[in-house]
Write a protein that binds this ligand. Structure first.
Ligand code: PLP
Length: 408
């Protein structure tokens, strides 16, 4: 008899985006002429930078000729890309990461979701709330979360984000083994300072824990005092793994390229408390279960680091950040409290007492704007919505004009 992994039955139905789609479809059918502006999505709207497109084309052309053809690529990704990453993303910021500590992949979603496979099933997981749902769901699938009671899983240590703590959670007051952090954060747009991140690294060291640091939105940091990488923090090499992605940085959401950094000193422990290096384990896991990213896509990602690529990426990020600033200005005018939007494409807005779905409905029916209800990211998201800067300048301006008219 084939038996199911019953942990899957513990997953909450992922109804957030389907419920949003249903409510929007219903509104549209009742108001066929409505010009709906979507500020709910976490997908980019601008094209790939021309430097990436050119490199992509050249990569494809190389596959058309026997002498330059490429079959299976190197397990961790091509050295030309890993060396660029080590130099540009880490050495230039004083972070000591070598090219052979970098694993090229097809997404930070898969990597943040898969990394937990390396750990025992009875470890304790610390998760921020609100949170990018992949961290929680993959631990539920693995059987680590336990049963849901009053909307929370009994074996998860939740790190509550609130307006009071600026959505930068406090250190847990109990022992934990695996800690998920994401800065700049999705969904809140909150960022962390070096000194606060240093506290997390010290905590992880003291606990013999590991931090999984998701830096998928690092490219949106404009405040030069903020860390782009956890490896800018002393001591992080022993206790942290970092995830990066070209999705939001350079518009690769449909093209797919990302990477994970596993330093060679980074350890976990056996039951008898001896240290085991994680680097060879992740290498083994990836070479067994993952086939790599295609050569033309890795060439396109490499072009992000060319002079033209850097300029084109910066232009796109600045355009999204301008949208974010327009949203923040409108929230200031309307006297809504919010976090994010300064070093992030997301603005996390408090609904002045409305619950998340009421706020969503009000924006849809009064201003024809689609947002994301905060409750979809965890209990601490109730009462908030997420607005995204991934749209055109005109749409963002129109949306904010409408909001100012109907919510003033
Ligand atoms: N991490 C966070 C926090 C995200 O918001 C996202 C995408 O929305 C990802 C990872 C996934 O990135 P990728 O497109 O590389 O899978």
């Amino acid at each position: 008899m084939i038996r199911i992994n019953e942990n899957y039955t513990r997953l909450k139905p992922s109804y957030l985006f389907s419920e949003i789609a249903n409510r929007v479809a219903q509104y549209q059918s009742e108001n066929p002429g409505a010009d709906i502006i979507r500020l709910g999505i976490g997908d980019v709207t601008k094209s790939l930078p021309p430097a990436c497109i050119n490199a992509f084309h050249k990569g494809v052309d190389e596959l058309s000729c026997d002498s330059t053809f490429k079959g299976y690529g190197p397990e961790n990704g091509y050295a030309f890309l890993r060396e660029k990453i080590a130099g540009e993303d880490f050495h230039k910021r004083g972070a000591p990461i070598d090219a052979d500590e970098i694993f090229i992949s097809d997404g930070a979603k898969c990597d943040t979701g898969n990394f937990q496979e390396l750990f025992a099933n009875d470890i304790t997981i610390a998760l921020p709330d609100p949170v990018y749902p992949v961290y929680l769901d993959t631990n539920i699938m693995a059987g680590r979360a336990g049963n849901a009671k009053n909307g929370r899983y009994e074996n998860i240590v939740y790190l509550d984000g609130t307006m009071e703590n600026g959505f930068i959670p406090q250190l847990p007051s109990q022992p934990v083994d695996l800690i998920y952090l994401c800065f700049p954060n999705n969904p809140t747009g909150a960022v962390i300072t070096k000194s606060r991140l240093q506290e997390w690294v010290a905590f992880a060291k003291e606990q013999k824990a590991l931090i999984l640091f998701d830096a998928a939105y690092e490219a949106f940091i404009t405040d030069e005092t903020l860390p782009h990488s956890i490896f800018e923090i002393d001591g992080a090499r022993q206790v942290a793994v970092e995830f990066r992605s070209y999705s939001k940085t350079a518009g690769f959401t449909g093209t797919r390229c990302a990477y994970t950094v596993v330093p060679k000193e980074c350890v976990a422990y056996t039951e008898s408390k001896s240290e085991i290096l994680l680097h060879p384990f992740w290498k083994r896991r990836q070479s067994t279960k993952f086939n790599g990213v295609s050569y033309p896509v890795q060439k396109a990602a490499e072009a992000v680091y060319s002079d033209a690529g850097k300029e084109q990426v910066k232009k796109r990020i600045n355009e999204y950040l301008l949208n974010a600033r327009i949203i923040c200005d409108a929230m200031d005018d309307l006297q809504f409290s919010y976090v994010g939007g300064k070093n992030s494409p997301y603005i996390w807005v408090h609904g002045k007492g409305s619950d998340s779905w009421d706020f969503f409905d009000r924006l849809l029916t009064k201003a024809q704007i689609v947002c994301t209800p905060g409750l979809g990211f965890g209990q601490c998201g109730e009462g908030y919505i997420r607005l995204s800067a991934f749209n055109s300048l005109e749409n963002v301006q129109t949306a904010m004009d409408r909001m100012k008219k109907v919510l003033a």
